[in-house]
Design a protein around this ligand. Structure first.
Ligand SMILES: Cc1ncc(COP(=O)(O)O)c(C=O)c1O
Length: 460
């Protein structure tokens, strides 16, 4: 369907344009000699244009790069900025904490923390909360607690999940159907099958087979996969997982770091789920680093009763800056004033319009693609119907097509997440931001498949 020669030609053209449009970003990248890979973190080299755009300013749903382009930002820091960039209320709280009151990190709790715990309990239904600095750490510590209380060694994951740089999670189902280390796994501490098990999303029989040996401490999952496109659960799957995990004495951990887009209490609230633990990070402090994990009443009682566990000093759960005053103040302001119930409603409505517009283009050009949506986020994928599990979704990956769309859109001042074709709405995103994407997206497709853009009667 896609003419690969035409695709390569277009990518080359767009990369040239990108280079010409962004001379200051290119110069900054080329002169960065003291950064490993020339970037502050190696994943920033994931850039369809060949080098990253450097950030000058950001506000709401827009970022400005150092070549003075104003880009509509649908990446939103891959969810870290789902509250929008520098929302007023969070800015004020951070300024007040850091500049006026003083004390970003002091090894002392602040009164804001109970407010945040209570709000997370209201939203997600789990009564007790601890804070970390990242979602990765929230997951690591949740896993440690799960192993401690169950006395079991293994963690079960969905194929092609992503939960941060958690060693145990770097496991996939190999071509022979057996579990293996994920391709490119950097310095894993040992054979990942010794610590982990893996099963396809939406596969209850497979889940039961993985749980049946009784060695699985916890299943750590996203209620919908979001890191290999969006893969939604089929009816009965999540209830089935809950039943099976209970049947086999395995704890269920919902990672809502991305699925928080589904609503103020993520999928857990929206779909009436009842995990034993819930982990989250990224957006909840308006971009200020934080993470959190919640515990059910029953689990909290069990852990508290274990006097042999060192939860205070060097037992393996905690970080010096976790729960610091600045992150907690930012969480309070973001949850109280920015990512409110009303804000989520508006974000979801706009995201629906985004998905409808993309679907209209897909239909008009008769592309075998699909778009899936989870509240405020949607993502297009190069298959129709959409994949029903991680393995299927991975199989339809097309990095060249991703690169083309990303660089084409960036040249028209629309920013997508480098690792996805994901578009996220924040409270400040507008219909004209969505229109800007649709125009550029349709023009990319028209050039790629050689249709006459002007002939489509109604644009969405
Ligand atoms: C579902 C999920 N959990 C956890 C993480 C890790 O977040 P962080 O890198 O901020 O620790 C990610 C990152 O993309 C994620 O998508």
């Amino acid at each position: 369907m896609i003419d690969r020669a035409r695709l390569s030609e277009l990518i080359e053209r767009e990369r040239l344009t990108y280079k010409e449009r962004n001379p200051r970003s290119l110069a900054a990248f080329q002169s960065a000699r003291h950064l490993f890979g020339r970037v502050p973190m190696t994943w920033m080299n994931k850039s369809a244009g060949g080098f990253p755009l450097y950030l000058a300013r950001a506000k709401g749903a827009h970022v400005e790069d150092i070549d003075d382009h104003d880009l509509t930002d649908f990446c939103l820091g891959d969810t870290g900025a789902m509250a929008g960039h520098s929302p007023e209320a969070t800015v004020k709280a951070v300024q007040q904490r850091y500049a006026e009151l003083g004390g970003a990190t002091a090894m002392m709790p602040t009164e804001d923390s109970e407010w945040v715990g209570a709000e997370l309990a209201r939203r997600f239904g789990l009564p007790y909360w601890s804070f970390s600095l990242t979602a990765t750490d929230a997951n690591r510590w949740a896993i440690r607690l799960a192993r401690a209380v169950t006395g079991r060694s293994k963690i079960l994951f969905n194929n092609y999940c992503y939960h941060g740089s958690v060693d145990e999670s770097l496991i996939v189902i190999g071509p022979d159907g057996e579990a293996m280390s994920r391709e490119g796994n950097v310095g894993g501490p040992g054979d990942v099958t010794a610590t982990s098990r893996v099963v396809e999303f939406n596969d209850l029989d497979g889940t039961e087979r993985q749980l049946a040996d009784g060695d699985v401490a916890a299943m750590l999952m996203e209620p919908a996969l979001t890191n290999i496109g969006i893969v939604l659960p089929v009816d009965g799957y999540l209830d089935g997982v809950r039943e099976l995990t209970r049947k086999y004495g395995t704890l269920l951990i919902n990672d809502e770091t991305h699925t928080f887009s589904a609503g103020p209490g993520g999928c857990t609230k929206a779909w009436h789920l009842a995990p034993d633990m819930l982990t989250i990070g990224k957006a909840i402090a308006g971009g200020i680093p934080t993470g959190a994990y919640g515990l059910s009443e029953e689990l909290a009682q069990k852990i508290s009763g274990r006097t042999d566990l060192d939860l205070i000093d060097v037992g393996g759960v905690g970080g010096t800056l976790a729960g610091n005053a600045l992150s907690v103040a930012a969480m309070r302001a973001t949850l109280e004033h920015v990512l409110t119930d009303d804000a989520f409603e508006a974000m979801a409505r706009l995201s629906e319009r985004f998905a409808e517009g993309v679907q209209a283009v897909i239909d008009w050009y008769e592309l075998p693609w699909s778009i899936s949506r989870l509240g405020a986020r949607s993502e297009y994928r190069f298959s129709s119907p959409p994949p029903s599990n991680g393995g299927e979704s991975n199989a339809v990956s097309d990095p060249e097509l991703d690169d083309f769309l990303h660089v084409y859109l960036a040249n028209r001042e629309v920013l997508m997440t480098p690792f996805h074709n994901m578009a996220l709405m924040c409270p400040a995103t507008t219909q004209s931001d969505v229109d800007r994407h649709h125009q550029a997206f349709e023009s990319a497709i028209a050039e790629l498949v050689g249709s006459n853009l002007a002939s489509r009667p109604v644009r969405s």
